[in-house]
Design a protein around this ligand. Structure first.
Ligand SMILES: [Zn+2]
Length: 101
């Protein structure tokens, strides 16, 4: 699957999960709704993992501060930064430790 196809697939999958979440709101409180919430959470985690795998296959670094891992991005002009904790995957430092930059 090429990059554009992967991006489109992940985007559509995310939109589908969003629609399912809206539909879940129509269910009355009870075991059916609880079951739907559990399945939606599983689908969201599977989608997040698919995004992580796609990013990893494209050469992005990962930060293990959360599960699923965070995808390290270019933030404030700095490459390979974790958007969650500020870890820099290239330098092995946290945001704020400017000595490494
Ligand atoms: Zn992190």
């Amino acid at each position: 699957m090429d990059l554009e196809t992967t991006k489109n697939f992940l985007s559509v999958a995310g939109q589908a999960i969003g629609l399912i979440k809206q539909g879940k709101e129509l269910l009355p409180q009870g075991p059916h709704r609880t079951g739907a919430e559990k399945k939606i959470a599983e689908a969201e985690q599977a989608l997040a993992l698919a995004e992580v795998r796609a990013a990893q296959s494209l050469g992005y670094e990962l930060c293990k501060c959360t599960w699923p891992p965070q995808i390290c991005l270019r933030i404030d002009g700095r490459d390979n930064m974790c958007p969650k904790c500020g870890y820099n995957a290239f330098h092995g430092t946290k945001l704020g430790d400017d000595a490494a930059f």
